[in-house]
Write a protein that binds this ligand. Structure first.
Ligand code: ZN
Length: 368
């Protein structure tokens, strides 16, 4: 029986100088992360549109080893994706003493965290992923939405640490969203909370792949940035000349990172494009503040690499739009700390709770 080193022994939930935390809150959190939480390594897997990344993550949230494989094409059967995951896990388990596997998947995961109801990049429709994988791997498996996993990682180890009500926004091609409330991922009644990117912000606006028009992610995301930049360049606007020069006149070669690079170099048009994306971000955050009243927003994802070029305008628009402004405390808006690895780290850490339960069951059986 390996040593059970509890996080509780390090005093989680017992930090001094947090007078707004009630005893009730601390008790709840101790139940969420009890002394039995293992510090043993687990495996986290991030299944994205192009890559499957698997990593061994220590109890302190550090990635010990990482492997990658291509995401199988959408046309392939669910079994092919499982094969990729199994292969990565077994290779890591050969070299590391791991105790559970957490999967962070782009898609809708049911409230039991066992089935993927729908995944945009994969052929998963009501797929019983947890059962399929735990049968093959003989490890306890947790399946979680990738944005939830990333938010959990930021709450545990990153920019959202110790925040009682944290909203995480991941600005990638679209908007990923998640909520950590008093030390728990709040996934809603059916597991589908946090789809903030599909709140309608412009009636009759841009068409969204979800089928609606005017969704927030059509105005504040990597795709929105690229669409706006390309539109401007295609219109042969003179203000887009510096951007076009960077891609040799090829409008389709304009990407989000390219716009960010141009903005950093001082191209006024690129700065303006990021300003627009940032302003829309701030408006959406103000809406979320009206609904949820969080203490902190953590902003991650590829677009957040633009830093203050994005977050400055977001902060301004947030202050201008926030309901009750001037008469209420304001949520902080901070950049994420864990980068692209957040999903993997969070999935691994969420699996830790299952590893514990698994071992508790084994132990109680042995004691009988
Ligand atoms: Zn939508």
């Amino acid at each position: 029986m390996p040593a059970l080193l509890g996080l509780g022994q390090r005093g989680l939930g017992q930090r001094a100088g947090r007078p707004h935390q009630t005893d009730d809150y601390r008790d709840r959190r101790r139940r969420t992360l009890p002394a039995g939480v293992l510090r043993l390594p687990t495996i986290g897997i991030d299944i994205g549109g192009t890559k499957v990344v698997a990593g061994v993550v220590s109890g302190e949230g550090t990635i010990v080893e990482q492997l990658r494989a291509d995401t199988p094409d959408k046309s392939k059967s669910p079994k092919v994706v499982e094969d990729v995951i199994v292969e990565l896990v077994l290779e890591l388990a050969d070299r590391h003493d791991v105790h559970a596997v957490g999967i962070g998947a782009a898609g809708w995961v049911d409230s039991d965290r066992s089935r993927v109801l729908f995944a945009p990049h994969l052929n998963w429709r009501d797929e019983p992923l947890r059962e399929a994988l735990s049968d093959r791997l003989k490890f306890p498996v947790v399946v979680e939405n990738d944005a939830n996993a990333a938010a959990w990682a930021e709450w545990r180890f990153g920019a959202g640490r110790d925040e009682d009500l944290l909203v995480m926004i991941t600005l990638g091609t679209g908007i990923g969203g998640a909520l950590v409330r008093q030390g728990r991922v709040d996934r809603g009644r059916f597991g589908l909370a946090g789809e903030f990117g599909h709140m309608q912000v412009v009636p009759g606006g841009h068409r969204c792949p979800c089928g609606n028009r005017g969704c927030w992610e059509q105005y504040s995301s990597g795709n929105a940035l690229v669409r706006e930049a390309r539109e401007l360049a295609a219109a042969e606007s003179p203000v887009a000349q510096p951007l076009l020069a960077r891609v040799g006149g090829d409008v389709t070669a304009i990407t989000g990172p390219l716009v960010t690079e141009a903005a950093r170099a001082g191209d006024p048009m690129a700065v303006e494009l990021l300003h627009d994306i940032g302003s829309w971000l701030g408006v959406g955050l103000a809406n979320l503040a009206a609904a949820l009243d969080p203490g902190r927003f953590v902003i991650g994802g590829g677009v957040s690499a633009a830093g203050d070029l994005l977050l400055g305008p977001a902060q301004d628009a947030f202050r201008r739009t926030l309901t009750g402004r001037g008469f209420r405390p304001e949520a902080q808006i901070v950049p994420a700390a864990l980068g692209n690895e957040a999903g993997l780290i969070g999935a691994a850490d969420l699996a830790r709770a299952v590893a514990r339960r698994f071992r508790t069951v084994k132990r109680s059986r042995a004691e009988r």
